[in-house]
Structure formats: C-alpha cells, structure tokens
Design a protein around this ligand. Structure first.
Ligand SMILES: Nc1ncnc2c1ncn2[C@@H]1O[C@H](COP(=O)(O)OP(=O)(O)OP(=O)(O)O)[C@@H](O)[C@H]1O
Ligand SMILES: [Mg+2]
Length: 255
C-alpha cells in the first residue's frame, strides 16, 4: 500500500509521516519511508545520521543506471528486476525500514518533468511486492509536487491541516486535486490542536467522513524543535492520538 502525506508548509507532514513509519514498522510491515521533500527532513526526523543522509543518493539518479541496464527500453517496461538490484544502493536501513530520497520531482513554469515523475513513480510502485509492504511518502509543502506521476497508485492521501482558515483552504485545494488525479481516498488530519474550540472549528469545516482524526498540540514535540535529540524511532511513544488514527488508516487502506 502507498500512503502520501500532504498539506501546507509546517503543518506537521514530516512529523506525522515519521510516526506512521514507526507504527507500521512496529507491526512488522516492510516500510519504505520516502522523502519527496528536497531537504530530507524525514530522514532526520526518523533519526538517521546526518552524515549518512548527506551521502544518500536520490532515486532520480537511478534513472541513468536503469536506462543503461535496459538498453533504453522506455519507461514502462517492468522495472522489478532492475530495481531490486539497485535499490539497496539508494536506501538507508534501520530494522524493517528503508529510507529513500526521491530527488528531482519538480514542475517549474512550463517545463514538464513528466518523464522524471513517471520514472520515480514506477520505481516506487515496483517496491510494493506484497500486502506487508508499505510506502509512506512525505510530500513537500504545497501542491506542485502532486502530479499524475507522483500520485499514481496512491491508496490514501492524508492531508494535514492546522485549525486555521488558511490551512483549511490549502486542504480543500489538495482534496480537489486528489480527486482530479484519481487518488482513491483522501482524509484530513487536524494537527496541533490546543483548544476544544479549534477541534469544533475543524468539525465545522469537514464532514465526519473527511476528518480521520485530530492530534493535540504536544509540548514534548514542540520542545524537540529546539533540541538536537534523537529521532522519532528512538522515542518511546507516538504522538497523542496517533495510535487511534493509525488504526483507522489501516482500515482505510485494507477496505
Ligand atoms: N502535534 C504537534 N504538537 C507540537 N508540535 C508539533 C506537532 N506536530 C508537528 N509539530 C512541530 O511543528 C514543526 C513542523 O512540523 P513538520 O516539520 O512535521 O511539518 P511539515 O509540514 O513537514 O513542514 P514542511 O512543510 O517544512 O515540510 C516541527 O517543529 C514539529 O516538531
Ligand atoms: Mg516536512
């Protein structure tokens, strides 16, 4: 299964993605944690070493290797054998978690990066061999990275929102785009909730069907932003309420 995390800048995409990686890994899934954000914050948030992250090649660099191997067989040939061979060189491992950097996913002005996007998507899809494999995609802020290429095969997109009008507006744009792109399911997750009033605000903006849950503002999480301490994988617990949301996500992707 393939789960994408999207939303406005700074709402908590990387934090939620890291928590989900941890939950799936704990439950024995093979997890591919994929950073679609150029600043590789997911790797850091999970707790991979800075020097290892700095050395990690992005998936887009694999394109040359595969093109060479398949003697220009085009983009839509079966990538599985080739990817199997080379994916090891493009990932950092921790237990049953593999961390990968996308790199190169962009769409600037009128230039089309469709080929690159399709390639990256084909690589990701070829990683998913069975039911126990899960890809968690940490998207960058905004919508420009959400293209037909990157969204293909996404089973569920989770749009993180803060309880503000601006964040809700972005969420609606992403919801619409997800529908246009044919993503099967989209859910909204409210984050950094401090007051009941904020929860009520989100409940007034989204239907029960749309809203998968809310996560409280967590002082410990907030403190982390100022410290150099270990990543999410080293900490004891998930974010408040994330366990319940994780269970709902499991239901969504398996139904
Ligand atoms: N529930 C929460 N309670 C308190 N702080 C939180 C919570 N969720 C996230 N944060 C903090 O908010 C900041 C932004 O979170 P994060 O980096 O996950 O957002 P993002 O959406 O990935 O940002 P970007 O758009 O820059 O990629 C971080 O310092 C994180 O620790
Ligand atoms: Mg982020």
């Amino acid at each position: 299964m393939k789960i994408a995390i999207s939303g406005k800048g700074g709402v908590g995409k990387t934090t939620v993605a890291a928590n989900l990686v941890k939950a799936f890994s704990r439950d024995g899934y093979s997890v591919y944690a994929v950073d679609a954000d150029p600043d590789v914050s997911l790797g850091q948030t999970l707790g991979f070493k800075r020097e290892d992250l700095a050395k990690l090649q992005p998936l887009i660099d694999m394109k040359e290797v595969i093109n060479d191997k398949s003697s220009g067989g085009g983009l839509f040939y079966d990538l599985n054998p080739e990817v199997d061979d080379v994916v090891e060189d493009y990932s950092l491992k921790m237990g049953n978690i593999k961390f990968l950097r996308m790199g190169g996913v962009k769409q600037g002005g009128s230039a089309c990066y469709c080929k690159e996007n399709s390639f990256l998507n084909a690589v990701l899809n070829s990683l998913l061999f069975d039911q126990e494999d899960v890809v968690i995609l940490d998207m960058s802020a905004g919508i420009e990275h959400l293209t037909r290429g990157t969204s293909e095969g996404v089973d569920l997109i989770i749009i993180i929102t803060e309880p503000t009008k601006v964040s809700v507006q972005t969420t609606r744009v992403v919801q619409q785009l997800a529908r246009d792109l044919g993503i099967k399911k989209a859910k909204v997750l409210g984050n950094k909730i401090r007051h009941e009033k904020e929860k009520e605000f989100l409940s007034s903006q989204f239907t029960e069907e749309e809203l998968i849950g809310t996560v409280s503002f967590d002082e410990k999480e907030w403190e982390k932003a100022m410290s150099e301490e270990a990543g999410v994988l080293d900490s004891e617990e998930l974010l408040p309420n994330l366990e319940e949301i994780y269970k709902k996500i499991l239901e969504e992707v398996s139904s």
